[in-house]
Design a protein. Structure first.
Length: 280
């Protein structure tokens, strides 16, 4: 008796989502409006959850394959004012102690930090679009296959004889496929991925060349890694040439290249308007 009461309540609650319908002499369960809303909401929740779960699972791969968080370390440091230097006896391997810092050396430090920052930013942008593009292609392909399977069964049984849950599933899968295909087009994920890859590769190469150039134009004592303060014996012309060449390269590369294409959205709006006008 105690089990019959919850079962009766469950059946009563289920009537809000499923009702019996006669189909060729057979009673079948079909979805009500609330059932359609519940099924559609569940499917969309699964898609959104899969999107964010996949995005999170790909983070360890990103950390293993890429080094996006480049520490912004100046090349020239001043022993009297560098607080971090007081806590250690030796500077970083690629750092040179110079006192005082000349305007040229300060500018070189600024350029180095700019290159480090731009390398980090483009690496993060590349990783973001790589993950989003991978997820968009995966979900759109899976939902497209599901749409084809549903259409196969719908064409076999016919729209009128098919269960409306199958129709709901096919329509939802088609909408998800269309959404993710247009998502890649509107946000130009493939092109933005390529642009960020090129910029990351160029800035990584520039960072290596710039650091090597700084080391090569230093006096022999600095190249050997001496921690003693050194006099400004480097040729000013070497610094000036490096500063000008780096500025030209930075201006040529640009900073961040992102593109968007609103035309797919405009096309959908135009099609919707044309359908509305025809049915009016």
């Amino acid at each position: 008796m105690m089990l019959d009461k919850p079962t009766a309540q469950l059946k009563k609650f289920g009537k809000y989502f499923l009702i019996s319908k006669s189909n060729n002499g057979e009673n079948i369960k079909v979805l009500t409006l609330c059932g359609h809303i519940l099924l559609t909401s569940t499917l969309i929740t699964i898609v959104i959850g899969g999107h964010f779960i996949t995005y999170s699972l790909m983070r360890p791969w990103q950390d293993e394959w890429l080094t996006c968080n480049i520490e912004k370390v100046p090349f020239f440091i001043e022993a009297k004012t560098d607080k971090k230097l007081k806590s250690r006896q030796q500077p970083e391997p690629i750092q040179v102690i110079s006192s005082p810092l000349t305007p040229e050396k300060r500018r070189l430090n600024q350029q180095l930090q700019s290159i480090q920052e731009l390398t980090t930013k483009n690496c993060n942008i590349m990783a973001f679009f790589y993950k989003e593009y991978f997820i968009s292609l995966s979900i759109s392909n899976i939902s497209a296959i599901l749409t084809i399977v549903c259409i196969f069964f719908l064409s076999k049984e016919g729209w009128e004889k098919s269960n409306n849950a199958l129709i709901n599933l096919s329509v939802t899968a088609f909408v998800v496929t269309t959404f993710y295909i247009h998502l890649t087009q509107v946000f130009q994920q493939d092109q933005n991925l390529k642009n960020s890859q090129d910029l990351y590769a160029n800035y990584s190469a520039l960072l290596n060349d710039f650091t090597s150039s700084l080391v090569l134009i230093q006096p022999t004592a600095a190249s050997a890694g001496s921690s003693k303060s050194i006099a400004n014996t480097s040729k000013p012309s070497a610094y000036s040439v490096l500063i000008r060449d780096t500025d030209k390269t930075l201006n040529k590369l640009g900073y961040i290249h992102l593109g968007f294409d609103p035309h797919p959205i405009i096309e959908i709006q135009n099609r919707a308007k044309s359908i509305f006008v025809e049915n009016k």
